[in-house]
Design a protein around this ligand. Structure first.
Ligand code: SF4
Length: 457
């Protein structure tokens, strides 16, 4: 919403000298991405437009997923990364940050070392302000153990390319992945000490929400658990001294987290491990556009918090601005939440509502929203839309947002306004990335909104 990788003068760049080679290859990737063409997946209810040809991608392996409850045509996994006996591998090495603690301990024992050494390694990877990225940084571990790790373990999943700083102190980190793709992670400092890192779960996104910059990219691939975890680890390693302790994680960067379900659940488990990174489960929030079967699983399998990006009060509008609604409509989505949260104690879902002028911001919308969330323990974030290149929407005026908020508050809703400041991009899922020349399609504007959008131009 607020961010884009070509965010222009708003961002001050701190390019990493040590990654000069990576940066050069990053530029060449951008060029090659245009010519190679990434694969783009679409929700199955939406046919790709005729003029958009889908090309096989040499960087990714696609897995047919027709029998899956997922509404999507395909999922992708990182190239060069595999599994052996359930352990994530890069080439012949295990990927340390792709393992939960019990898996790490088993692996350490399989190499003839004691569990106590596994715990010391875990603490140096994630705790004690070490955030080790090399065997040499493992102070206090025995020499044979370190030698074994150098031979058989991979510490890194990401390379830092750039850090940009916004005028209000928000930081955006660009990471280059093994296969040259680029993801973005945002760190939002807060004076009250509630510093937040907003992580990406995919490169691009298949959901094609019409107000989202990341959605324009289509989906290139999903991230591994290690690539997700390392965003939070590196945010702490690189920025804690500047912004203070990073206490919160939101999965609201690039991608639909629940479309990468297993890796997101695993990453969440690693983030909240009490001997490691120690994020409180209540402070790790996974945001979804509304993949209902996965959302149900999430509520049963994860302790982390859930946010749902709602953004409309009728199926007509939501079918347009969030095409996933054609598969899982408002009744299914909210009915599932109402049912599932009945069984959860002391748990509130966060509804995110990006306000689009003339589309979803009327007083009638506010009244419908009150009815829709009735009976669901929730908080509502009203988020100011920040236009981006090619966007057909305009932000709702501040006075109107306040009026909308007041209607909800008077009805007893817990509601917050997230006005357009540098820290607001974390309040909605994925407004990051850099769409190439081939982009996901903009959908037909329903006739009754055409006039409203044209009047705002
Ligand atoms: S808003 Fe989230 S789910 Fe929708 S396209 Fe953007 S990143 Fe994907």
């Amino acid at each position: 919403m607020r961010l884009s990788s070509d965010g222009g003068s708003m961002w001050m760049s701190r390019r990493f000298l040590i990654t000069a080679t990576v940066s050069a290859s990053h530029s060449s990737f951008i060029t090659s991405a245009v010519t190679i063409l990434p694969s783009i997946s679409f929700p199955c209810t939406i046919k790709p437009p005729r003029q958009l040809t889908l090309f096989p991608n040499s960087h990714v392996r696609s897995i047919s997923n027709n029998s899956s409850p997922s509404p999507l045509l395909s999922i992708t996994i990182p190239s060069g990364v595999g599994e052996k006996n359930g352990i994530p591998m890069k080439g012949s090495k295990v990927v340390l940050k792709g393992m939960r603690y019990p898996e790490l301990e088993n692996w350490v024992r399989s190499h003839g070392f004691r569990p106590a050494q596994a715990l010391m390694l875990w603490k140096r990877l994630y705790g004690n302000n070490t955030w080790a990225r090399h065997a040499e940084e493992l102070e206090g571990l025995n020499k044979d153990f370190k030698r074994m790790l150098s031979e058989h373990a991979e510490f890194k999943a990401l390379s830092v390319t750039d850090i940009y700083t916004a005028s209000d102190g928000t930081k955006k980190i660009l990471f280059t992945l093994e296969d040259g793709l680029v993801i973005e992670t945002v760190v939002i400092p807060c004076q009250r000490g509630r510093n937040t890192v907003c992580v990406s779960s995919q490169v691009g996104c298949a959901m094609n929400c019409q107000f989202c910059y990341t959605g324009r990219m289509g989906l290139k691939r999903s991230l591994s658990a290690a690539e997700i975890v390392e965003q939070a680890v590196l945010a702490r390693r690189l920025l804690s001294h500047e912004v203070g302790t990073i206490t919160n994680v939101v999965f609201m960067g690039m991608g639909e987290p629940l479309h990468n379900f297993e890796n997101v659940i695993k990453a969440g488990d690693i983030l909240v491990d009490e001997q490691g990174l120690q994020f409180s489960p209540r402070k790790v929030t996974v945001s979804t556009s509304g993949l209902v079967p996965q959302l149900k699983r999430f509520l049963n399998e994860s302790n982390c918090a859930l946010a749902v990006s709602l953004n409309a009060t009728t199926n007509e509008v939501r079918n347009w601005v969030m095409p996933i609604n054609r598969k899982y409509n408002l009744e299914m989505l909210l009915g599932t939440l109402r049912e599932e949260l009945r069984l959860k104690h002391n748990y509130k879902v966060l509804f995110e509502y990006v306000m689009l002028a003339g589309v979803n911001d009327s007083i009638e919308d506010a009244k419908r929203l009150i009815d829709l969330v009735r009976g669901i323990p929730c908080k509502i974030n009203l988020i100011s839309f920040n236009p981006h290149q090619g966007s057909q929407f305009k932000p709702t005026k501040e006075e109107k947002m306040i009026e909308f908020r007041n209607v909800l508050a008077e009805a007893g809703c817990v509601v917050f306004l997230r006005l357009s400041r540098g820290d607001d991009q974390m309040a909605a899922c994925g407004q990051l990335g850099k769409p190439g020349e081939i982009q996901a399609p903009l959908l037909r504007v329903p006739a009754k909104f055409q006039g409203a959008l044209e009047a705002l131009l």
